[in-house]
Each structure stands twice: as C-alpha cells, then as structure tokens.
Design a protein around this ligand. Structure first.
Ligand SMILES: [Zn+2]
Length: 319
C-alpha cells in the first residue's frame, strides 16, 4: 500500500511449497524488487511488521531503503509483555493503558527522531513513580502534561522506585529488543488503512471457504479494485459502535456508503471485449502461478484405488 494515497499498488500471493524456506521473506523481497526494478518506484521508507526474515532481507538487499515498523505491532508486543505482570505485580499492571497511550504519543510527537522517541517513551518510568521533573545528562527534563492537581497526586497509584513492581516494569520498558525496534517507529506511520483493505479482502475471501490459488489470485485483484475505488470517502456524521478491545461503546466517524460502480464498468468492459472478439478467458492472464502446487501436502497424492486396497488390507490384518 502506498501510504500517501492509501492505494494498493502491488501484491504477492505465495503458497506453501511454492518456494523453499521463509514465505514472508520471499514474498516481501520479490514484491519490493518488482516495485523498484520493474515499476521504477522510488521507495524511501518501507513499513512492515517485525518479521525476522523480512528484516534480514531489507538489511542485505535494500539497505538504501529505511525500514520502518508499525507502531501498532510494537504496542501489541509491549502489551503482551505487560500482561505477564497481571498476577504478580497488579499495581504495575494497572499502568498498562497509560503506557500504551504514552507509547503512541511518544511516536507521534518525536518528529522523526528515533533517539527522542526512545527518550520520551522511557520517561514514563519517572512519571509512574510520581517524578515529573528530573535532571538527565545535566539537562532539566519535565513531563509534558499539565501540572497535577492535589487530588490527582493523591489518587494515582504511583509505583515506588525501590519496589519489585518498579523493577519488573522497568525490565519490560527498557528491554533491549523493544528499544531497538522502537527507534524504527519514528515516522509514526501506521497501517489503519491496511486494516480496512484486509476487511474488504475478507469479503472476497472468507476464511471458511477453501479457495484454490487461481481463485485467490483473481479475488485478490477484485478486493484491490474494490478498495482502490473506495478511497477518500467523505465523512457524513458520527456513529456509536462497540469496541471489543476497549470493552465499551465509542464514537466513530460515519462515511459515505461503499461505491460499487466499478463492477458495472468491469462487466461492461468484459462485454465490449467479447463483442470485439478480444479473448477474456482466465488462461490469457499472465499471473505467475506456474510454481503453485495443487495443495500444501508435502507428499505425492496416492491413487484412490491403492489407498482403498491398503485400507482393506489393514482391516483384515486386525481381525
Ligand atoms: Zn509526569
């Protein structure tokens, strides 16, 4: 997806056994190569999840492109770690939502500076211990929130810097891998629009329906046309929706209804092509499914009669 326009500009559909090894790494690497070398796209920043193989491929083959991680993925993994505090350190666990909000705020306000992002985020350790002003490397640093009222001071469950809860929380907040990845979220690009594309994709490829490679390929294209045709919908009001993650009703923006004009245009184009004798059958598509195996089984499909014969011989030997 091109972040500026929200358009899906390319996709790779890879099936197990189609390639040896890491599927995500292969799909991501080959798509990036196509975009850069064949489509002449100038890519400055490439946003992905934190998949190890993709990171490795980016470092080796695309070192000129800045590799950025989605803050949503970082937040999700941080919250998973926070969950481990739930039983043993409930006082630290209570800060979960504040820490998540602080992470998003830090990424949003660091202006593309990775060091500043890390500094802002880890400063939460001061705040939760009721320290809102401190000296770091000879510099006076303050929390950016408004001064706290006496009531706020009294009612917050501050964490003592000498408590076990504090050390458990500090271990999570300052974990080396978390800090290293956090600096890769400095541009605050997140993939909310990609989520909406995935929802459209589910409409064409419901998970409960088994689809063959070709079917998935064509349906991917339809999902992309649908998504790209419905970008920049105007807001027309607000609605109240129940949020599963927040466990409460929240206000969301209501947008114009989805347009499906593209389907009529597509059908008309097909009809015109048929009338003009232009071939429109699927075999004419040049999609790269040559390597797609028929199924994901690692062994060759046996003959039905052979399998039946084996089944009966096994029954007879059990007698
Ligand atoms: Zn503070």
């Amino acid at each position: 997806m091109d972040v500026q326009t929200g358009k899906i500009i390319g996709f790779k559909l890879v099936k197990k056994l189609m390639v040896q090894g890491d599927l995500e790494r292969y799909a991501c690497g080959s798509l990036l190569n196509e975009l850069v070398n064949e489509e002449n796209c100038k890519i400055d920043i490439f946003l992905t999840d934190r998949h190890k193989g993709i990171r490795c491929d980016m470092r080796i083959n695309h070192s000129n492109i800045e590799h950025e991680f989605d803050i949503w993925h970082i937040s999700k993994s941080l919250m998973k770690r926070m969950k481990t505090l739930d039983k043993k350190y409930p006082d630290a666990f209570l800060w979960k939502t504040s820490i998540s909000n602080h992470l998003w705020w830090s990424a949003q306000t660091c202006h593309g500076d990775g060091d500043l992002l890390v500094k802002k985020f880890t400063s939460i350790l001061k705040h939760i211990s009721n320290i809102h002003e401190w000296v770091e490397d000879g510099e006076l640093i303050k929390c950016e929130h408004a001064p706290l009222s006496n009531d706020e001071q009294r009612n917050k469950l501050w964490i003592n810097q000498n408590s076990e809860s504090y050390f458990a929380l500090k271990k999570i907040i300052t974990a080396k891998d978390c800090i290293k990845d956090l600096a890769h979220a400095k541009h605050f690009i997140h993939t909310g629009r990609l989520e909406s594309y995935h929802n459209v994709r589910l409409k064409y490829m419901p998970k409960r329906i088994h689809l063959k490679y070709n079917g998935m390929y064509i349906r991917s294209i339809l999902a992309i046309i649908d998504h790209n045709s419905n970008l920049n919908k105007n807001p027309i009001g607000e609605k109240v929706v129940y949020s599963k993650s927040l466990r409460k009703y929240t206000i969301k923006t209501r947008f114009e209804p989805t347009k499906s004009e593209w389907r009529r245009v597509l059908l008309e184009n097909i009809q015109t092509a048929i009338r003009n004798g232009v071939p429109v059958v699927c075999e004419q598509f040049t999609y790269s499914n040559k390597n797609a195996p028929k199924n994901i089984a690692p062994v060759t499909k046996p003959d039905l009669d052979d399998l039946k014969a084996k089944r009966f011989s096994r029954f007879s030997s059990n007698k």
